[in-house]
Design a protein around this ligand. Structure first.
Ligand SMILES: [Zn+2]
Length: 327
């Protein structure tokens, strides 16, 4: 185990994870902080204090830590390290978190969006280890991605590369939260699928799907209800699940032909639903990718799974140190 350390901050909508780990990706100390409707004026000093506590527990100081990384929700001002308008917390507006923590800890800071940090984590510590070209897709309530191409994270001119969930797959289709219509996320994101079921089944009190919603309530229909109902063969669910798998395969196929990756690493749904999701997707893939790009690419579930947040900030920091030649 290396004696060089990194600190990762994973800024989530309800929790912030803080981890102290080595450059080999071994987390040695960690803590969590509630982040529901918090005030940054309170939280920022707490983050610095917790980071110092973790270092003290490990008997090290800031001098032993090469860098810290912040995995931030979008939208954010990436070059300046500012969390701008996180969707789940109305009190965080234009918070210069990177410079605050750099000053408080006297450690070099890195700042990257959570999907990119997730991709870096899978690439450096997880299922994508050793690949030169890989794509990580979050596949949860929303669909986000981080793209590693030619051994580099693709950031784009204005740091928006990887917003694959908002590729329009159905012109003038379902309204997406982002403002466009027909986005992939509007068809296959967990939140959008729940909304769609609730719209389509509104007023149908005796519908077979309601049995799969918590307390039998329409507003509790979610991705898990859909999966369970589809597994039981409920016609509505079978059709919708199949449509989702088809559209996912369509996008994976496009990604294969655009980037020719060695791996596509999938978050939540791939490990939560397993073969029930992966099998239909793999059945449809040959219709959407060339044989050559398909054969070159393994579609695999995330290895870090629910722990990915713990590695996200560390991975962001490690990547930047490698990019700048420090490591
Ligand atoms: Zn969209």
């Amino acid at each position: 185990m290396s004696n060089k350390y990194l600190i990762g901050f994973d800024i989530g909508g309800t929790k912030i994870g803080i981890g102290l780990g080595t450059i080999d990706g071994v987390i040695v100390q960690s803590d969590r902080l509630d982040n529901k409707n918090t005030d940054p004026a309170v939280i920022l000093p707490r983050l610095a204090a917790i980071a110092k506590e973790l270092m003290a527990k490990e008997n090290i100081t800031g001098k032993d830590v090469l860098a810290f990384g912040i995995s931030t929700p979008s939208p954010a001002d990436i070059p300046n390290g500012i969390i701008t308008t996180p969707p789940n917390n109305p009190y965080w507006r234009n918070v210069p978190i990177k410079s605050y923590l750099e000053n408080a800890l006297q450690i070099r800071g890195c700042f990257e969006n959570d999907a990119n940090c997730g991709a870096l984590a899978e690439w450096l510590f997880g299922a994508g280890k050793g690949c030169k070209d890989m794509i990580y897709l979050t596949m949860s309530t929303g669909i986000g991605a981080g793209i590693i191409a030619g051994g580099k994270l693709v950031q784009g001119k204005t740091f928006l590369a990887g917003e694959i969930g908002h590729s329009v797959i159905e012109p003038y289709g379902r309204q997406c939260n982002c403002g466009l219509k027909g986005c992939w996320e509007a068809y296959c994101g967990g939140r959008a699928i729940a909304q769609r079921m609730q719209e389509e089944l509104a007023g149908q009190t005796g519908h077979a799907m309601l049995k799969y919603a918590k307390d039998g309530l329409l507003e509790n229909l979610d991705m898990l209800s859909l999966e369970n109902a589809a597994r039981d063969g409920v016609e509505y669910a079978v059709k919708l699940w199949d449509e989702m798998c088809l559209r996912d395969a369509q996008m994976f196929g496009m990604l294969m032909n655009i980037f020719n990756p060695e791996k596509i690493v999938l978050g939540t749904i791939a490990y939560a639903a397993g073969d029930f999701f992966m099998e239909p997707v793999k059945k449809y893939l040959p219709d959407f990718a060339w044989k050559e790009t398909l054969e070159a690419c393994q579609v695999v579930p995330s290895l870090l799974k629910r722990d990915i947040g713990s590695y996200a900030g560390l991975a962001g920091a490690l990547y930047e140190l490698k990019q700048t030649g420090i490591l």
